[in-house]
Design a protein around this ligand. Structure first.
Ligand code: C5P
Length: 227
């Protein structure tokens, strides 16, 4: 069977990662959550005084990039590979609303994108990879055999994300989550470098009223048709 590359892009909280992960498991492929990489760089900036209440020092972040080392590792009791920032498992720390508030501005910086895209392309060299993000089908793997663009209404996405954060014990309101999603969508789709776009040849799935199982069956069939 030939190995293919699968790129899944879309707006925030469209359920990309759930589908991408299950698809990778079903095919025996590697799953890469590219958003986790932008989040980890943001966490580094927050922990090292590059982002603070006073503001965001872009030049300082660019200068710090060589000191930021990211890798994914799957440990015995986690199904999903966790992201490690300079040797520390930060999978949980990168998911809070503070990181979510700063990640999109960080992801507009060309030098940050260049570093992360190069690492993502390296991870995809052998194919057999499912990667989700915002620019996977347009920039990281423009030749991917299967490209998916996921979408859902902002209200539905905020509802899902709010439930997820509540379950994790975060003290937030639905309105905060909706505001964050809308701001990120706007920054992600209007930035100069690699704006969020439906890639050429991508298949759009609107999952506002679609369950996980149906989405998985659909993408699995699309993948099998290309293998
Ligand atoms: O996927 P997730 O919502 O965790 O991504 C967090 C943020 O990282 C996005 O809102 C976007 O600003 C940035 N991102 C990106 N390009 C990617 C993946 C994520 O710019 N490929």
């Amino acid at each position: 069977m030939r190995k293919i590359t699968i790129a899944i892009d879309g707006f925030s909280s469209t359920g990309k990662s759930t589908v991408a992960k299950q698809l990778a498991d079903a095919l025996g492929y590697v799953y890469v959550d590219s958003g986790a990489m932008y989040r980890a760089v943001t966490l580094y900036a927050m922990e090292n005084g590059i982002i603070s209440e006073k503001g965001f020092d872009k030049e300082k972040l660019i200068a710090a990039l060589p000191s930021i080392h990211l890798r994914f590792e799957r440990n015995r009791d986690s199904q999903k590979a966790h992201i490690f920032l300079n040797g520390r498992d930060v999978e949980k720390d990168i998911r809070n609303l503070q990181v979510s508030d700063f990640v999109s501005p960080v992801a507009t910086i060309h030098e940050v994108r260049a570093k992360l895209v190069a690492q993502q392309q390296q991870m995809g060299l052998e194919k057999a990879v499912v990667m989700d993000g915002r620019d996977i089908g347009t920039v990281v793997f423009p030749d991917a055999e299967l490209k998916i663009f996921m979408n859902a209404s902002a209200q539905e996405r905020a509802k899902r994300r709010y439930q997820e954060l509540l379950q994790r014990g975060e003290d937030i309101t639905y309105e905060d989550v909706l505001k964050n999603l809308e701001e990120r969508d706007w920054v992600d789709s209007t930035r100069e470098d690699s704006p969020l776009r439906k890639a050429n040849g991508a298949i759009e799935i609107n999952n506002s009223e679609m369950g996980i199982k149906d989405q998985l069956n659909l993408v699995l069939q699309l993948a099998k048709d290309r293998i």
